[in-house]
Design a protein around this ligand. Structure first.
Ligand SMILES: *Cc1c(COP(=O)(O)O)cnc(C)c1O
Length: 234
């Protein structure tokens, strides 16, 4: 399978999932997750029209990006961000999907202000309450959202989640539904119902169709587009 064929199949399945759940055909955006992929493969994705790309490490993104200058693409950080890499992240990414603590929000806000930037942020929610995972617990999300709303240089754009690993994609459905419901509750509590709709970033290669059925507006796909990755270094 080559990338173009994978992409065509993914788009077909996304459209079918939208149709099954009564959604407009293009209401879920496709993010290509390019971690571990060399710049040449990423260029192929850009040449085929993908414009939304995700990386999960600042350092890795930094090494590949010079080779990809000149493409009008939107890059999101989807992996955990250490405070000491916040400035470098702002130079690379238009959005941080992995915001999970208010100190980091305030730091990004200050650095963004100094640079005349206004990055988008998504709150990463630890839906499975997994101790080893990043993300904030659902009950603490309202406090973090309020902290972000108090940051003039950050745009609160939605929620992101990586549910616990499961062997059946269907097992993720309740987690995806929980993220959608949490977003609704937060928007109500924070009186944001009139604000632009929030992004729900959920669904990966194994389960994106179910995520779309449950309301995902952005699915993050690596393996389904590029093929299986070699095991990751930690
Ligand atoms: C790697 C990664 C993905 C993509 O995973 P695939 O299973 O390859 O689709 C999505 N989101 C995050 C946060 C990731 O780190």
């Amino acid at each position: 399978m080559n990338f173009a064929e994978n992409l065509a199949r993914v788009r077909e399945r996304m459209a079918a999932a939208c149709a099954r759940s009564g959604r407009a055909e293009n209401s879920a955006r496709l993010m290509a997750v390019t971690k571990t992929q060399p710049a040449e493969r990423i260029r192929e994705a850009l040449e085929l029209g993908l414009r939304l790309l995700g990386e999960n490490r600042v350092q890795e993104a930094e090494t590949k990006r010079p080779a990809l200058a000149g493409y009008a693409a939107e890059w999101h950080l989807i992996g955990p961000l250490q405070a000491n890499k916040a400035a470098r992240a702002l130079a690379l990414f238009q959005a941080v999907q992995s915001l999970d603590r208010s100190e980091l929000a305030r730091r990004l806000d200050r650095l963004a202000g100094e640079r005349h930037l206004r990055p988008a942020v998504l709150l990463e929610i630890n839906l499975g309450r997994e101790a080893q995972k990043s993300g904030i617990l659902p009950e603490a999300a309202a406090g973090l959202a309020a902290a972000v709303l108090a940051c003039p240089n950050l745009e609160l754009r939605g929620l992101m989640a990586i549910p616990p690993a499961a062997d059946r994609p269907e097992a993720q459905r309740p987690y995806f539904a929980a993220l959608r419901e949490l977003a609704g509750r937060l928007r109500h509590e924070l009186a944001l119902e009139a604000a632009p709709a929030w992004e729900l970033s959920m669904g990966m290669s194994q389960d994106y169709e179910i995520a779309i059925e449950e309301g995902a507006t952005l699915v993050r796909l690596g393996a389904a587009l590029f093929g299986a990755r070699p095991p990751q270094r930690l």
